[in-house]
Design a protein around this ligand. Structure first.
Ligand SMILES: Cc1cc2nc3c(=O)[nH]c(=O)nc-3n(C[C@H](O)[C@H](O)[C@H](O)COP(=O)(O)O)c2cc1C
Length: 171
């Protein structure tokens, strides 16, 4: 069975989030999927790099799940990248994540058209740093689950997104 690690980065995953909370709950209900609530684990921002690296080593598919913050990621995800993807481990002679798959699952509040291929800032462009990072450390880039108009999703639309997420996590 595939071992999937969902790293959920939302500062209020259980006390404010609707979309990411639903996605995290959906992921956690699937066999073989581990969800780590990173802001809950590190409320003071001090990341346990060893623990994160061990969790990643055990996974075949790693997911960075978060809301979009200012056309980028929440700051803890950026700090996670800076610290966990360490020289000698992820690159610079290290190959810990080589061949593993990386999927980004990101929700954005602005109108969905903003992020469409013919919109002003397509998701594909905005996610270039993450794709380049995957390339640099030898990970396989899996098509992202990118959700525009996240704040206006009806319950039925959110359920459909969660079903798609579940399928993608099991693919
Ligand atoms: C600090 C902050 C920055 C945000 N920046 C963006 C942004 O750049 N683009 C966007 O579409 N939505 C932005 N949003 C909206 C969030 O992406 C949106 O509320 C979230 O995806 C909804 O998911 P949730 O229900 O899990 O919180 C921002 C929200 C916050 C709090």
């Amino acid at each position: 069975m595939t071992n999937t690690l969902v790293l959920a980065f939302h500062p209020h995953l259980h006390d404010g989030s609707r979309v990411n909370n639903k996605l995290a709950q959906t992921a956690a209900s699937i066999d073989g999927v581990t969800v780590r609530d990173e802001y809950a684990l590190y409320p003071d921002g001090h990341i346990d790099v060893e623990a994160e690296q061990r969790a990643c080593e055990a996974a075949d598919l790693i997911v960075w799940q978060s809301p979009m913050f200012w056309y980028s990621t929440p700051p803890l995800l950026k700090a996670w990248e800076d610290q966990v993807l360490a020289y000698g481990w992820a690159y610079g002679g290290g190959h810990a994540l080589e061949g593993k798959r990386l999927m980004v699952a990101i929700s954005a509040g602005a109108d969905a058209h903003t992020y469409m291929p013919d919109g002003p800032f397509p998701f594909e462009q905005l996610l270039t740093p993450q794709r380049a990072t995957a390339w640099r450390i030898g990970m396989q880039w899996v098509e992202p689950l990118a959700i525009g108009g996240a704040m206006k999703l009806s319950d039925a639309e959110l359920d459909a997104v969660a079903r798609t997420y579940a399928q993608r996590l099991q693919a």
